[in-house]
Design a protein around this ligand. Structure first.
Ligand code: X2X
Length: 339
């Protein structure tokens, strides 16, 4: 068949006109009723984001395309401090944030980060899925944010450094360490006589690279995902606190969803949290070896001398007074007497 250039041009013009006329209609028919942004601070390879993508796909399918959750990982929409104000104003609809950082708005939310409180994951999940978690979620709701039931795992935090390993509390003396923007973190490292600098996670890699700080502390899974081993030499297994992410929603955006859709969304978010906990548990088995292969030098530490140093510095007494009897007794019910 011979087609002249003229006919070709005519045909393509017709397609363009048709396409141009049809596109807006087609787009409208396919567009979700609720397009909601979910922002977080973690690399897209972290299990939190892997499970979030799966979760968003399930929500889209189960709502027949009515709810479309778009994920913005890796601080694409700003630092934690920025995203916390966006979730409050409605600039983003969903956000996962460490309870310790959320404590700048909801003081009780940092309580799971009290130094050396949790001995293991069993104790963590019992407390956070039980009374302690329910108490914290109640406080978050009072601040006019919606919070999902299941907290996501960040992990037990370990200390990395470019200058020296941390073998006991004395090694923290004068240590320039990055901490997240949160009063509890600053207070704890001051109690160790370290020199904490509050820096958002979005700036951590470059702060380590340019030696603005000597070290930082984070769970092994994240030290790996964020490639912090590229700019650190030592990793000291201090296990100094357990940290998790609350899945938050802007209240107005949440209440705009009809009841049945809310049920589908919440169910899938909480299921993803449960799967993400299992993923990090699996990774915790292998990541230590991988980080050794990447060049980090590891050392173990004993908790008792660190805890004793905090006790002597008045850290536990100070925070008990800040949280109040009710919250503190819920924590001690889970982890035992803390000093
Ligand atoms: O900022 C951090 O270090 C991080 C990523 O662990 C938190 O979100 C608390």
């Amino acid at each position: 068949m011979r087609v002249s250039r003229r006919t070709m041009l005519k045909a393509s013009a017709a397609v363009t006109v048709l396409g141009g006329g049809a596109a807006p209609w087609a787009a409208r028919a396919q567009q979700a009723e609720f397009i909601y942004k979910y922002a977080n601070n973690l690399p897209s390879t972290h299990p939190l984001n892997v499970r979030a993508r799966e979760m968003a796909a399930a929500i889209k399918a189960e709502t027949g395309g009515r709810v479309d959750i778009q994920i913005f990982p890796s601080n694409q929409l700003g630092s934690d401090t920025d995203m916390l104000s966006q979730i409050r104003s409605g600039g983003v609809e969903f956000f996962t944030l460490s309870g310790l950082i959320l404590a700048t708005l909801v003081p009780a939310a940092s309580i799971n980060g009290i130094g050396f409180a949790f001995p293991d994951y069993d104790t963590v999940w019992k407390a956070m899925d039980g009374e302690l978690g329910a108490y914290v979620r109640g406080e978050i709701s009072k601040a006019n944010l919606v919070v999902m039931d299941k907290i996501w795992d960040n992990g037990f935090r370990q200390t990395t450094s470019s200058t020296r390993p941390i073998t006991g509390p004395d090694d923290f003396k004068g240590f320039k360490i990055r901490v997240p923007v949160s009063p509890l973190w600053t207070s704890m490292f001051k109690a160790f006589d370290a020199a904490p600098a509050a820096i958002n996670f979005s700036e951590v890699y470059s702060a380590l690279q340019t030696k603005v700080v000597e070290g930082q502390e984070n769970p092994l899974v994240l030290i790996s995902a964020a490639k912090l081993y590229e700019v650190q030499k030592y990793c000291s297994l201090t296990n100094h606190m357990w940290d998790g992410f609350w899945f938050l929603a802007n209240r107005r955006a949440w209440e705009k969803l009809p009841e049945d859709l809310r049920g589908i969304v919440a169910k899938n978010i909480n299921a993803a949290a449960t799967n993400e906990r299992a993923d990090t548990a699996m990774l915790n088995e292998t990541v230590h070896g991988e980080l050794i292969a990447k060049g980090l030098t590891f050392n173990q530490t004993a908790a008792a001398p660190f805890r004793e140093k905090l006790r002597k510095a008045g850290f536990y007494a100070e925070w008990k007074a800040k949280y109040g009897e009710q919250a503190w007794s819920l924590l001690e019910k889970s982890v035992g007497k803390l000093a």
